[in-house]
Design a protein around this ligand. Sequence first.
Ligand SMILES: [Zn+2]
Length: 211
Amino acid sequence: MRASGSVTLLKGPQKNILVDAGSPWDKDEIIRGLMRQNVRPEDINYMVCTHGHPDHVGNINLFTKAVLIMGFNIQFEDRYFLHDFKQGIPYEIDEEVEVWPTPGHTSEDVSVVVKHTNLGTVVVAGDLFECEADLDCPSLWQEMSHQPHQQEQSRIEVLKMANFIVPGHGPMFQVPEHMKSQMKVIMVVEEQFYSPHMTSSVTECIITETE
Ligand SMILES: [Zn+2]
């Protein structure tokens, strides 16, 4: 399906989790993509937005039955839940799915870690990784980064734990083994001014079965 950012459905026997909500103009595509998986918007139990940029939060209003996790904030209806993402503590949705603080692209980015899938550990990472190509071309993510040093640390953490990564703007990719062994990422650019990005790319709607 076409949209401006990855929208990922994690479909399990007990609950459905949607990671990122596209841009406002992707509404119909997202509904159609979910329907192809026999999921209605009201069947989503958790709506996780990896960060607050418009191409990742545009349709949260479709998912009013879901607990909303947006960056470091968790809300359901009029209740606001405190969780100490700032201290690096993951939020456990269940035994297989955790929301990890992975700041850098913005100061409050999160990634969704799905363990024990048929692919191993899959991390839905939002714009922590823009696309597979940014592994070899750091400027692709650094140009979008609010805090490049912090993002570099978050990327290393995710590369260590993930077998596969769903990036913010491109298809899922396998983490190359050499990335796990040589974890030193060299910063090319020390400081960047932040500019919100308006790139559009193909959205991948990926289903990961959680047991
Ligand atoms: Zn972004």
